[in-house]
Write a protein that binds this ligand. Structure first.
Ligand code: ZN
Length: 502
């Protein structure tokens, strides 16, 4: 067996090295590459991704996986060998089901669609994007058919981002969440929002950068094994657990944007740094799902970074960093300003109370498109109707409505729900960590994060992709995914800011 395992690991390492090289090129593309690099870079990346797909779908890998699976049929499923074969086989079966012409067509269609989407958004003209989206939805249907699904077409696409999660489960969880959340949002909308003018003063970006990075280091991000750079659209990318890249953007006239964006990306980075380095060259050395990834970013951004305890420790330091801007603002005022919640049009700018409603709307529309319950030409009206239902507001134009996100132009259907699932998971994980660390709040108020990070390392990070995300969550928190921890968190926290919300 060990010869076969060695050979499998060698073949998988080739795939991983190509993906890591692509990651370096992608990181550079978004951070330092001059505009002239765009065209050749797209070609370099296309070649690498084609090679990586060819290497991974090599028949020899399939044969080795079948042989090893037979040999390991009696082995403990938790061992490294059994886990590696199980997880790799699942990905191999999916990768070999999608015809390479379909991948190529999706990639061609989406690069045209992205250009059309940009133009449609700039001119507020949905019809420019409509034929591209129609084609992308068709290609996604073909992808779902190729992958296969038991119940709903959406299951096949969702599985690409949240393995083993079913559409019906998401609908049940979102339904419960919507029922409890919409009344809270309505009550908050009726009350007077806290003044946030104090965080809209002038905050020089060099000092924002230094302050953000100091918290990132306090959180436990190892800057010998990672770094932070600027990018227009912040993201985190890993080349290896010992080389994780954070990116951020800072706004001179709005402090929360850059500050919490930095803490958000740090949460992603902590997850990547916690994946066992000895698994790095295999499919096991990856995150469990996009939802779990987002649970980590949201935890450090919101549950820790927007908490009162956190600012008891950091607010004096922030005032020292920005004496002209904040010396006349007390901690309570600042805390309320950074936790202002209200219905808004743009998902990426939404607060933690209303954010999930933006996701539910997209999830429902994606399902309706796939199930042919809605014609693409009617999408803008359907979007606006749902915005009115959930948030009580109607976008003034399509750029602030149906055309705001890049995801559909990339052909990525099934991705959006992972953001909301991540928000729910973050609250569930935090509750479990809080049960395990009785003085957690006091530790946070003292600027100590070692126990919390240690708990995430033990219960989430160190397992890489070994367990399906819902298994991992159950192991870590004792419960399957639900909305209760999130709703409880929102109700408690925002009652303190807006008055009783029951
Ligand atoms: Zn994120």
């Amino acid at each position: 067996m060990s010869d076969k395992l060695d050979r499998l690991q060698t073949l998988l390492a080739r795939v991983d090295h190509l993906s890591s090289a692509s990651a370096v090129l992608t990181w550079d593309q978004e951070t330092y590459m001059p505009a002239g690099g765009a065209e050749p870079r797209a070609q370099h990346l296309a070649t690498l991704s084609q090679l990586s797909h060819e290497f991974f779908t090599d028949e020899e890998i399939g044969t080795l996986l079948d042989q090893l699976q037979a040999e390991l049929s009696d082995a403990d499923p938790d061992t490294y060998e059994a886990s590696l074969v199980r997880v790799t086989k699942r990905e191999y079966d999916k990768a070999t089901k999608i015809p390479s012409e379909l991948i190529a067509e999706l990639s061609r269609t989406s690069s045209h669609a992205k250009e059309a989407w940009k133009e449609a958004r700039a001119t507020d003209d949905f019809e420019k994007f409509q034929p591209h989206l129609e084609k992308l939805v068709d290609l996604n249907k073909r992808m779902a058919d190729a992958l296969g699904y038991a119940d709903r077409m959406y299951d096949a696409l969702l599985d690409n981002f949240e393995p083993e999660m079913r559409t019906a489960d998401v609908e049940r969880i979102f339904g419960d969440l919507r029922e409890k959340l919409v009344p809270i949002v309505e009550r908050i909308s009726e009350r007077e929002a806290p003044d946030d003018g104090v965080v809209r003063r002038h905050f020089p970006t060099e000092r924002q950068w230094a302050f953000g990075l100091s918290v990132v280091e306090d959180y436990g991000f190892d800057t010998d094994c990672g770094r932070q750079d600027y990018s227009t659209h912040p993201f985190t990318i890993s080349f290896a657990p010992s080389d994780v890249r954070l990116t951020t953007r800072l706004q001179e006239d709005y402090l929360p944007s850059g500050l919490f964006g930095t803490l958000h990306e740090c949460g992603h980075g902590l997850y990547e740094q916690g994946i066992p380095p000895e698994w790095a060259d295999t499919p096991l050395g990856s995150n469990a799902s996009l939802g779990l990834h987002e649970s980590q970013s949201r935890l450090w951004e919101n549950l820790v970074g927007r908490s009162y305890a956190f600012w008891r420790h950091y607010y004096p330091q922030l005032q020292e960093t920005f004496p002209d801007q904040l010396s006349d603002v007390d901690l309570d005022h600042f805390y309320r300003a950074i936790n202002r919640a209200e219905p808004s049009f743009i998902r990426v700018e939404a607060d933690e109370v209303t954010y999930n409603l933006h996701i539910m709307l997209r999830f429902e529309l994606e399902n309706a498109m796939l199930d042919d319950e809605i014609a693409i030409k009617d999408l803008p009206d359907a979007w606006n109707a749902k915005m009115e239902d959930y948030l009580g507001i109607t976008p003034p134009n399509h750029a602030e409505g149906v055309l705001q996100d890049i995801h559909w132009s990339m052909g990525a259907l099934g991705y959006f729900p992972t953001y909301a699932l991540g928000n729910l998971m973050s609250c569930q994980l935090y509750r479990a960590a809080n049960d395990a660390i009785p003085d957690l709040e006091a530790q946070i108020a003292d600027g100590q994060f070692g126990d919390l990070l240690g708990w995430m390392r033990t219960n989430v990070h160190q397992h890489g992709k070994k367990y399906a995300p819902q298994d991992l969550l159950k192991r870590a928190t004792g419960q399957t995914l639900g909305a209760d921890d999130f709703v409880g968190y929102i109700r408690d926290k925002y009652s303190g800011i807006y008055g009783a919300l029951d």
